[in-house]
Structure formats: C-alpha cells, structure tokens
Ligand binder design. Sequence first.
Ligand SMILES: N[C@@H](CCC(=O)N[C@@H](CS)C(=O)NCC(=O)O)C(=O)O
Length: 222
Amino acid sequence: MLKLYGFDVSNYYNMLKLAMALKGIDYKSITTYPNQTPEYLAICPTGKVPALLTEQGVLIETNVIMEYLDENYAGTQLYPQDAYSKARVKELVKMIELYIELPARRCHTEAFWGVPVHDTTKKEVKRALLNGMQSIARVASFSPYLAGKEFSAADIFFLYSADLASSVATKLFGIDLLAEAPGAKALMDKLNALPEVKLIAQQRREATPAFNEYLSKAFSKN
Ligand SMILES: N[C@@H](CCC(=O)N[C@@H](CS)C(=O)NCC(=O)O)C(=O)O
C-alpha cells in the first residue's frame, strides 16, 4: 500500500491528501514533521514533506507526485489529456508555487508564530505576492475553475497556497490578496464546500496544537 509521509498542518501534504481523497486512493499516513535525521533522509533525500512511498520506490515534490497519481489511478482527473491543456494546468501549478507559495513562506514565522521577519523581506514579499496574484489573474480563467470548466490540479494548489498567502497578506500588509484575482473568492468558496476539503480542514485544526508545540521547541533551540 502507498505510504504518505507528512503532517496534517502542512499545506503541501494536504494537497496530496485532497488529490488522493478525490481519486479514492487507499494509502497509509505516516505522520512526520520535516527533519534531517539519517532515518528520514534515507526515505526522503530533502528531509521535507510530503514524500510518497510506492511499490517501486519513493517520490518527492508535490507536483510530481500529483502527476504520478493522476497517471496511475482512476477517479477525479487532475490533468487534462490534451497536451496543450495539460501544459496550461502545469503552468498554473508552477506559477502558484513560485509566485504565491514560496514568497508567502518567507513571512510565515511572523504571520503565524509571531517570530519577526525583517522589514526588507516583508516589502519584497508584499510586492511579490501582489505581482504573483495579478499574473495568475491574467492566466487563469475562473470559469468556474482556475483552468476553465474542469477541475484540475491547479485548483488544489490554489486552494492551499492562496489560502495561506492571503492570511499572510491580511495579517502583515492589511491587503486582500484574493481581491487581486476576480473570481478567486468564489472559487475558494466552491472548493471549501467540498466534503473532502472540509474533512482535511478539520484534521488540520485538530493537528495544529501538536505542531505548534513541536515548533515552539524548534524555535527555542535556534
Ligand atoms: N517543493 C516541495 C516543498 C515541500 C515543503 O517545503 N514542505 C514543507 C512542509 S509544508 C517542509 O517540509 N518544510 C521544511 C523545510 O523546508 O525544511 C514540494 O513540492 O513538496
């Protein structure tokens, strides 16, 4: 059986949990925080999560795992068949990771755990997030899904990355990031209403106290 390493507060992990739930894939969750122990590095070379153990070996990187799952399992299709449409979905996934997820992460410590981030970083991140969301607005269709009429992997990435990034933008910059992409709020509401998404959100809330405790220990060591 597939084994998925990660923890319920991680948005990358939750992207894969949602993909697997929508496809009806059976797997075993192995709760793991990112770490650099020899034991985990023997499974996952970066020490990050998620990692997926398949019968053939381990796969890392969320977008790569999502493509693998889509090619190997039935259920909700996450990428279109046609090469051009598929490339457009991958384009959105890459834009979300590079221009929304990664800049927002630079400010997570201050937004979520009160560990201050330098003002220069905040200035850079604010500009990057606004540019990123405005770029996505030019590429995405929001009719009603990000890539058009059909649900896709891009919606899964958007759901989790835009959610965290818009919290960062509200908390630290007082801006409404989703308002930069007309249609984004309606899409978020539509996705958040899915029973699979609600369950993952509930599991995230339940797992948050343990993760905060783990983090406060980690921060006090540094
Ligand atoms: N590019 C990786 C990023 C994974 C990632 O950054 N995961 C976070 C948890 S949500 C992590 O492991 N962070 C710890 C670290 O960066 O060392 C992916 O797509 O899976």
